[in-house]
Ligand binder design. Structure first.
Ligand SMILES: Nc1ncnc2c1ncn2[C@@H]1O[C@H](COP(=O)(O)OP(=O)(O)O)[C@@H](O)[C@H]1O
Ligand SMILES: [Mg+2]
Length: 324
């Protein structure tokens, strides 16, 4: 009998719109000869099966009942960006129910959802990262105090955000407070990070049959000042896969990405952002996305195709990892 796979999508954050797009690509490319795939929408109004027949998910055991028949799942395919599918919450729930899933585990998901904790652990492992300061809403720190520690220009980011929402690049000291206020509107924690000058790359990494595999690298060329929401989702950027870079640089970025995947004990496919610091030609890691975008136009599907794999083979490889 075919194994039953729940493809989860939606979520409780602004990234839900992206989740629905990712889930369409994933659902279209799950090998139906191998797996029975059920799309489950997890949204603030409830958890629902999205088939021709609608059903409410029983949270006691993550089951659904269709035509009077109870269906329990053998594994969960995670296509949900932001909370609760990318920050470890659902991973902890599935752990309690003993249902395997395609993403990183609860601890890694929670850790990497926090940008500052991510760069802190990466730095400890010898991966290059930008110098940064971690701020908390309840403890006021003045722009002057921040600029004593790190140098302009800086990036101000909500620490747990995604999709560049609430983020600013600050070139002048007098603009720092406005940027802090904007970021604190999105999050209780904010990261202020030194700007790394150089070309930007992003790279998918996944595991298949126990081997950590780096996908071809994508160069991101933003038409905006940085890879912001518009650049990401409204076409104001160019993405070149595979990136046109010397093989030595390719190796350097792929090695750093595989090292990060291993150090963070990742599972499934993740996408890691880097800036190649033009001062020393070393890749500086910005963040790890543990549930990267998977719409047809997204970077990971482009990289999978550039590697010469079909998306069908790719999603089968991710699902099969749940059962080894
Ligand atoms: N320290 C930095 N130096 C240079 N560019 C940065 C830095 N931090 C962020 N950026 C730019 O901002 C974009 C978004 O930042 P990132 O940390 O990847 O957050 P997210 O993608 O979750 O919004 C990056 O893709 C990059 O273009
Ligand atoms: Mg990013």
């Amino acid at each position: 009998m075919k194994k039953k796979i729940a493809l989860i999508t939606g979520g409780y954050s602004g990234e839900a719109v992206i989740s629905y797009k990712s889930a369409i690509t994933i659902e279209n490319n799950v090998d139906k000869d191998k797996w029975d795939c059920y799309k489950i929408d997890i949204n603030p109004n409830g958890w629902f099966y999205m088939g021709t027949e609608k059903a409410i998910v029983d949270k006691n055991d993550f089951s659904i009942t269709l035509d009077g028949k109870k269906i329990v799942f053998d594994a969960v395919l995670v296509g949900l960006h932001g909370t609760p599918g990318e920050d470890g919450k659902l991973q902890g729930y599935f752990d309690c129910l003993n249902i395997p899933y395609t993403s990183c585990n609860a601890a890694t998901s929670a850790l990497t959802f926090n940008k500052r904790y991510t760069v802190a652990v990466a730095a400890f492992a010898g991966i290059d990262v930008a110098k940064s300061i971690h701020l908390f809403k309840k403890i006021t720190v003045t722009p002057a105090a921040i600029l004593k520690e790190i140098q302009l220009p800086v990036f101000v980011k909500p620490n747990n955000g995604g999709s560049s929402i609430g983020m600013s690049k600050v070139n002048k000291a007098e603009d720092l407070q406005v940027a802090l206020d904007k970021a604190f509107k999105e999050d209780e924690q904010v990261l202020v990070e030194e700007f790394i000058k150089g070309r930007e790359f992003t790279i998918g990494v996944f595991k298949s049959k126990g081997e950590v595999i780096a996908l071809p690298i994508t160069e991101v060329i933003s038409k905006k000042e940085f890879f912001d929401f518009e650049a990401k989702y409204e076409g104001a950027s160019e993405e070149i896969t595979p990136a046109k870079i010397p093989s030595e640089i390719t190796n350097r970025i792929q090695d750093a990405a595989k090292k990060a995947y291993t150090v963070f004990n990742c599972n499934g496919v993740v996408r890691i952002d880097f800036i190649l610091n033009e001062a020393n030609e070393k890749p500086y890691m910005l963040e790890i996305n543990t549930v990267p975008g998977q719409s047809e136009a997204s970077i990971v599907p482009q990289q999978v195709k550039a590697m010469g794999w079909s998306l069908k083979e790719f999603y089968s490889a991710l699902i099969e990892e749940c059962f080894i």
